[in-house]
Every structure is written in C-alpha cells, then in structure tokens.
Design a protein around this ligand. Structure first.
Ligand SMILES: [Zn+2]
Ligand SMILES: [Zn+2]
Length: 440
C-alpha cells in the first residue's frame, strides 16, 4: 500500500472502538459435503505448514529489501515455488516471479498476486526478529503478503489432484514505488500467463481473522479540480467566487467529523458501517491554490470523491453555476485530474467482489467477511490496479491487528506489528476462495 502518513490518534481509536466477531475458522455452514471436504483439506494443510510459514515470514522480515532491489526475496520465493513442483518464471519486470500450478485438466485460470518490497525508514524495529538491513523495514506487511502467497501455493499444490484449471502466483516487486506491476506487465507478464481473474490482499488494522472489501474502488478518487478563467479583470472576485463555489457544493457536513481520522474505522461511522460517513461524498480540502499567467487564472483544490459518478456530478454543477454567473464569458475550463497522475485505487470487479465475499462467508462465517460501504479520503493506492485493468479481480484487506495483545497492523506507522495468526487466515480463506473460483 502506498499511503499518506496516518496519525497516532487513529491507532488509539482503532484500538478502542473496533469490536468484531471472533475468528471462527472451524465453523462451516456449507451444506454440500464434497465442498466441505476440500475446505477441511485446505485447513489441515494450512495447519501443517503454519509454523514453517511463520519462520519464512520472520526470515523475510529480517531481510527486507527496497523496491527494485528484491534480489534475495525473489530468490527465496522462486526456490519455495520450485520445491512445490511449480513451473517458475523469474526476473519479470525486475525481480518479479511467477509460479504456475497447472493441474493438467482444463478449467479456469486464476491469478493470485503478492507484493514483496519493503520501505526505507530510520525508526528502529519493534520486533524481536529485527531487520538486519539498516534503514529498511517491512512496515507495510509485504513480508506477510509474500508468505501468504507461498502458503496458498503450497496448499493448492497439495490439492492438485482435486483441482481443475491453472493457478498463477504473481510475486510483484516495487509496489511502494508504483512501478512493479507496470514493469511486469511491460515485460510480457500477460503473454506468459492468461488469467481469467486476479486476486490479492493488503494488511489492514482490522482484527486478525477478518477480511474486508467492496465492489469498485476501495480508496477515494483523489483528484485536483481546477477552474481556469481568462485572466482579465475582477481577479479577486473570481478567486473568492470560485473558492466559495468549490466548497459550497461539497456533499459532506463539515460538522460530521469527516476529516477526523479516528472516524475512518469506527464501527458507527467508518468505512464498514452501513451509516458510513464515507459513502457517496465529494470533499474539498480548504487549501486552495492559485496559478496565474498573463493569459489565464487558475483556481484549484484537492478533492476526494467516493466514486466517479459523484465526482462527475460535482464537476457538472460547477460548470453549470459558472456558466450562469457573471464570469461565464471568461471561463476556459473546469476539469479534474488525478493527483498521482492516474487513478491508483484498486478497482474491484462488482460481480467477482460479491461472489468471492459470499464464498468466503459460506466457508468461514459471515462475521469474518466485512463488507465496506465507504472509502477513506486520502492519497492511498496500490498498483494492483494495473493488473485489474487487464484482468477483472478483487483486492481484499486482511485484518492483522490483535487489540488485546496491543498489536496494531496500521501500515507505514513506526510501530506497525502483525498478529501472525492472520497468515493462517489469509492462506485458509483465499485458498478456499480460489478452489471455489476454479470450479465456476
Ligand atoms: Zn503495502
Ligand atoms: Zn506501503
């Protein structure tokens, strides 16, 4: 996850407020006995390899590597995949690795993606198994993502006889720089593999044992809206008018606590509450900027929108208002552009998001699969979205916190920690999900 800095207050509140159902891995509500049997096999294999997966995760944690320098990590990934008997392709778009599990039977092609890079930071590690590489740490949890990817590859390899079709395991470098996914694609990834669907996850501060997702974008569209006029007279008036117009049309209530980070994950108002503050909104940041030359005057602001429809409607109202104002003749344009050059939010396929959540709910309990109703404002993103432009798929948040133990899995924070039980959750849930997707 590429993310902005989050305040400590958010962590405190996450700890205080989130009360979710406990992990109930052993409870099945599936009625089809054959279906049940394969998920028991998934769980028992996950159980067998769990201790080793924890060792693998700690090894990655002790040897973090920066984006585009993931030499050791990719070597370890490749040799693990080879040990499972998978066909392995290395050096794709840098240190990208792909493992191919071909069941030898015709069927669907499903891809799973994990990211493998770490982050530069001078803040010392909080774990016993500290980073051996000065100034580099896994504080975005990609050590866990990589381990879960290997775990799923192991579990599904052990079930090869029971499966049809093909599963691809994509280990992507340089997510933190937003360059890895594109590099793999440009290096011919989709000539080597032909997935019908693609899935991936990111750790989140929700409790270990839970997952979250939603259809469409899972982060806000962070854009810059800019209104350009001919730079004629009435400059100050135009500036004041436009500032008022941009702020006046926004859809959230300024007294609602929208910009209070602590609300983003709160049970009453947060992204996975039915009454979320973060559904269907356009929010304008108050720090406007002015850009001026002899010919034009531009007034702009950063705008977060929950979805494209809201954003487009907002822009349309602005154009309409200005066209009916006394500045109508001077208006050159009113447009939005993405702050990061393009939309960096994963864009989940609507059908697959619902299907995959239903599948995991059926096998592992509805209380552990939390729908998201809103998206947080801010400049978050994941270049998983570039894979989704090619192949429909779903990006999940995997809970990694354990509040009782004081473990808060908030990526990019100095005390980022992970409840390693979430490795088991990730391997179980998503192995089962892929098993079911292969059947369809
Ligand atoms: Zn990340
Ligand atoms: Zn990150």
């Amino acid at each position: 996850m590429k993310s902005q800095k989050l305040t400590i207050s958010l962590l405190a509140l996450v700890m205080g407020c989130l009360i979710f159902g406990q992990n109930t891995l052993k409870e099945f509500t599936i009625v089809n006995e054959n279906a049940l049997e394969i998920h028991i096999k998934v769980q028992s294999r996950t159980n067998e390899i769990f201790d080793n997966l924890v060792k693998i995760r700690r090894d990655f944690h002790k040897h973090p590597e920066l984006s585009e320098q993931e030499k050791r990590t990719s070597m370890k990934v490749a040799s693990y995949l080879e040990s499972l008997g998978l066909e392995v392709k290395k050096g794709i778009g840098g240190y990208g690795v792909v493992g191919i599990l071909n069941t030898g039977k015709p069927g669907k092609h499903i891809a799973w993606r994990a990211d493998i890079d770490a982050i530069a930071t001078d803040i010392p590690d909080v774990f016993d198994f500290k980073s051996n590489n000065d100034g580099i740490r896994h504080i975005c949890g990609h050590d866990v993502h990589t381990t879960i990817g290997l775990g799923i590859a192991d579990v599904l390899s052990s079930l090869k006889q029971n499966l049809t079709g093909t599963v691809y395991f994509i280990f992507q470098p340089a997510e933190e720089k937003f360059t890895g996914a594109k590099a793999m694609i440009n290096d011919g990834l989709f000539d080597m593999i032909e997935p019908d669907e693609i899935y991936g996850l990111h750790l989140s501060p929700s409790p270990s044992g839970t997952i979250l997702t939603k259809p469409n974008n899972i982060y806000a569209h962070r854009t810059k809206i800019e209104v350009a006029y001919k730079n004629a007279d009435q400059k100050d008036e135009k500036i004041n008018y436009t500032k008022e117009l941009l702020s006046g049309l926004q859809t959230y209530d300024s007294k609602s606590g929208f910009w209070d980070d602590r609300n983003i994950l709160s049970p009453e108002l947060g992204v996975n509450s039915l009454n979320s503050l973060y559904k269907n909104y356009v929010a304008v940041r108050s720090d406007f900027y002015i850009d001026e030359t002899e010919t034009y005057l531009k007034i702009g602001a950063i705008v977060d929108a929950s979805n494209l429809d809201e954003l487009n409607a907002y822009l349309e109202s602005i154009r309409k208002e200005i066209k009916h104002s006394k500045f109508s003749n001077d208006l050159l344009s009113a447009e939005f552009s993405y702050v990061l050059g393009e939309n960096k939010s994963p864009m989940n396929d609507e059908f697959l998001a619902k299907e995959s959540m239903n599948t995991i709910s059926r096998v592992y309990g509805k209380q552990n699969v939390l729908p998201m109703y809103g998206v947080a404002p801010g400049s978050f993103g994941d270049d998983f979205t570039f894979f989704q432009k090619h192949t429909p798929g779903v990006y999940f948040f995997l809970g990694g916190s354990n509040f009782e133990k004081g473990i808060i899995a908030m990526p990019h924070t100095p005390n980022f920690m992970v409840d390693e039980e979430c490795i088991e959750t990730g391997v179980n849930y998503f192995s089962s999900m892929i098993v079911e997707r292969l059947k369809n």
